[in-house]
Design a protein around this ligand. Structure first.
Ligand code: SF4
Length: 360
């Protein structure tokens, strides 16, 4: 079985560990580029949200690289994400590709579990257990390394040295063959992060980055906003992470469930119902940013994203009530890195002026 899945930040590291431990050959498409987006946009409905187009482009590339099975989360979300898998796979079949689908959430646990009965080496249950442990340890390692990079980058002496260390650390984690080896790879990665030369330059700006999850976590979509902010001397605080995204639907980590329940409670005065996206994290994340005395909030979302367009209409009220500046970045396939860079520079200049008048 040659399985592939679309990109979402560095989630491919944990997902490859899961699938390879189940005996599948994992085909990882190249990181999304403008070409990926164009390929997806060519075949996608015009007004579908941007992540759909990028995911579709990834799937096209994976099938061209020889994948015979495509995996995707599916279900009955209120937003369009629940239909992504089914619609994308239909588009790909209409385009002439033949492949098998794994639609997690639609296929049922038993179907997905038994799909690997022929590929797992030895007992199937033990194979799943091994795969899950490896999946979890890699997802945690990725989160820890990304968090460390976020703290170091605003102080790096040589621009790009943190990103280099992070990419080397992530490769070591990706290549680690067992849970124990992942632990050692994480230690090695942390050593690489610690070895980045830094210089203290006073208190940096702190900015919460929130919004639609794919737009927050996928650097090719948001023009690597975390790296850009870090290199401008800003500590970025993304509200979501790869680990939370992967483990939220599995409901195996109580801390994620508690956090989610709290997000819904805090956001209730503004948004008392579920829209199916990250609307509660967006509203609560903005309120939390003000309470933690961050300097500002960047709200990123794809054009035509339903839950985040609703949040976009609510955020000006929170901005006023909690006195925290919010920058809204709406992304589509025509967004350019220069446009984003200019807006980030203008926003951070404004926050620095504000900080001078009103110390943190
Ligand atoms: S959250 Fe928004 S961008 Fe993401 S799938 Fe739903 S509608 Fe599309």
């Amino acid at each position: 079985m040659k399985v592939s899945f679309p990109h979402m930040g560095n989630a491919y590291i944990a997902l490859s560990a899961l699938l390879s431990n189940l005996g599948a050959e994992v085909i990882i498409p190249p990181r999304p580029t403008q070409k990926t987006i164009e390929m997806g946009a060519l075949h996608a409905p015009e007004f579908v949200c941007l992540p759909f187009k990028v995911n579709l482009g990834d799937n096209f590339q994976a099938l061209s690289m020889g994948a015979d099975t495509l995996a995707m989360v599916s279900g009955t979300w209120a937003c369009r994400f629940g239909y992504y898998g089914r619609v994308q796979h239909q588009i790909l079949r209409d385009a002439g590709f033949e492949f098998d689908s794994i639609l997690l959430g639609r296929d049922g646990v038993g179907t997905v579990y038994n799909k690997f009965a022929d590929t797992v080496d030895g007992n199937l249950a033990l194979g799943w257990l091994r795969a899950f442990r490896s999946f979890r340890s890699k997802a945690r390692a990725v989160d820890a390394l990304e968090a460390s990079a976020r703290e170091v980058r605003p102080f790096e002496r040589e621009r790009g040295s943190t990103s280099d260390a992070l990419s080397r650390s992530l490769s070591v984690v990706h290549e680690s063959p067992s849970v124990k080896a992942t632990g050692s790879a994480l230690d090695r990665g942390m050593e690489l992060m610690d070895a980045v030369e830094v210089e203290r330059r006073g208190e940096p700006l702190h900015i919460a980055v929130l919004g639609e999850i794919y737009a927050v976590l996928e650097p090719s979509l948001n023009f690597d906003i975390e790296r850009r902010l870090g290199e401008m001397g800003v500590v970025a605080h993304p509200v979501m992470s790869i680990y939370k995204w992967l483990f939220r639907p599995l409901k195996t980590d109580p801390s994620i469930l508690v956090e989610e329940r709290r997000a819904r409670r805090v956001a209730r005065p503004y948004i008392p119902y579920v829209l199916g996206g990250e609307e509660h994290q967006t509203i609560t994340g903005t309120i939390d940013a003000a309470r933690k005395r961050y300097d500002g909030v960047i709200h990123v979302f794809p054009f035509t994203c339903m839950p985040e367009s609703v949040c976009r209409a609510i955020l000006p009220r929170i901005e006023k009530e909690y006195d925290i500046p919010v920058l809204n970045l709406c992304l589509d396939e025509h967004a350019s890195p220069t446009g984003i860079e200019t807006r980030l520079e203008a926003f951070t200049d404004l926050l620095r002026q504000r900080r001078r008048k009103k110390p943190r």
